[in-house]
Design a protein around this ligand. Structure first.
Ligand SMILES: *Cc1c(COP(=O)(O)O)cnc(C)c1O
Length: 357
């Protein structure tokens, strides 16, 4: 499988050595004869895995001490509700930036918890940019952002400065670049975009902000309940957590987020340069909102589509088809995708221009 250039948007590419170690652990974990997926999550080995996973996450994200990490179930889609339940006071309000399909879903779920004020939106231009967020009125408990819009290929070039605490869905750019965590109250993300296999959602929560909503939160949605049980309130998704821990070890050994950010910038620079140079293609996202993780582009002449699809398929590229709400193509270039895979795609585009231009 190693020769396939995997641009899948999620679940997505993981480091080959991580898949190797994870598959070994499914057969026999640490050669003790038991599979990772057939033993108790209360075993010493798994409790240590969960603790290492939580500690590495906090370290690699560079979070202040007051933050704690949880790995739970329900994906980012339950995170939309969980975030609002834990941080939006009973009868209170929160501000939301509407920058794509996932933002819109976050807004919909937050309405179960209180008043949602959509303070900015780029919906009118099919979410082709990150609109500015001005001063947020102080009755808002927080400002919710989606740092990277997986479907539309837009990303905050820098986190917005905000007079209220930030809450962020970072599902598709977590651990891809450094940022200052100081303004954040909560960061969450499904692990299947940049951290591990599907099955877990990561929460990084400022513990000082919890317990102040005045509402009676159902147990599974209450982050304080999970913190009190060290992320073991119920059976965790053991395979997802274990493999995420392996990916975090891999990232740390590579030099952490600072090192991977350089690689991610090199990959996206190479592909955007080709989109801008090549007369057959154009990008979806406005230049100042372009994502380093998901690059959206299209053929200027759709009648070439079948031939272009055949060309990248022949180069053993997987997962390049765009999401139906944007059309065209989407190259998802998460941490584990090597620069050499981007070189292969760029060569296909160059060759296509030479033969079809
Ligand atoms: C994929 C994705 C989600 C949905 O994640 P699930 O874990 O499937 O619920 C939410 N937000 C963003 C930004 C995503 O990319």
């Amino acid at each position: 499988m190693a020769h396939i250039h995997n641009y899948s948007a999620g679940p997505c590419i993981l480091p080959a050595e991580v898949l190797e170690q994870a598959s070994q652990a499914v057969k026999s974990w640490d050669n003790n004869g038991l599979s990772l997926v057939e033993m108790s999550h209360r075993s010493k080995a798994f409790v240590e895995t969960m603790e290492e996973c939580r500690a590495l996450t906090k370290e690699l994200l560079g979070l202040p001490d007051r933050f704690e990490i949880l790995y739970l179930q329900g994906g980012a889609s339950l995170g939309f509700l969980t975030a609002a339940m834990n941080l939006l006071p009973e009868g209170g309000q929160a501000a939301y930036a509407d920058t794509g399909t996932w933002s819109a879903k976050a807004i919909k779920e937050a309405k179960h918890a209180g008043q949602v004020n959509v303070v900015t939106s780029s919906k009118d231009s099919n979410y082709d940019r990150i609109p500015m967020v001005g001063e947020v009125e102080s009755q808002n408990a927080f400002l919710h952002i989606t740092t990277n819009n997986t479907i539309f290929g837009t990303q905050y070039a820098a986190m917005p400065s905000s007079n209220v605490p930030l809450v962020a869905d970072m599902s598709s750019d977590i651990l891809s670049r450094t940022f200052d965590a100081e303004p954040f109250a909560l960061i969450y993300g499904g692990v299947q975009k940049n951290m591990g296999p599907a099955g877990a959602v990561m929460y990084a929560v400022d513990t000082e902000k919890l317990g102040a909503t005045g509402r009676n939160i159902p147990s599974y949605l209450d982050l304080n309940v999970h913190l009190g049980k060290d992320s073991m309130f119920n059976t965790p998704p053991v395979f997802s957590v274990y493999t995420t821990m392996l990916t975090l070890r891999w990232l740390k050994a590579k030099g952490g987020v600072t090192a991977i950010q350089k690689e991610n910038e090199a990959k996206s620079a190479l592909l955007y340069a080709e989109i801008d140079r090549n007369a057959l293609f154009s990008g979806h996202a406005q230049t100042d909102s372009r994502s380093h993780m998901n690059v959206t582009f299209r053929l200027n002449d759709d009648s070439h589509a079948a031939q272009f699809d055949a060309a990248w398929n022949a180069a053993e590229i997987n997962g390049l088809k765009g999401h139906r709400s944007v059309g065209g193509y989407r190259a998802s270039m998460y941490n584990a995708l090597p620069l050499s895979s981007v070189e292969v795609l760029v060569n296909v585009m160059r060759e296509f221009e030479r033969t079809h231009g």
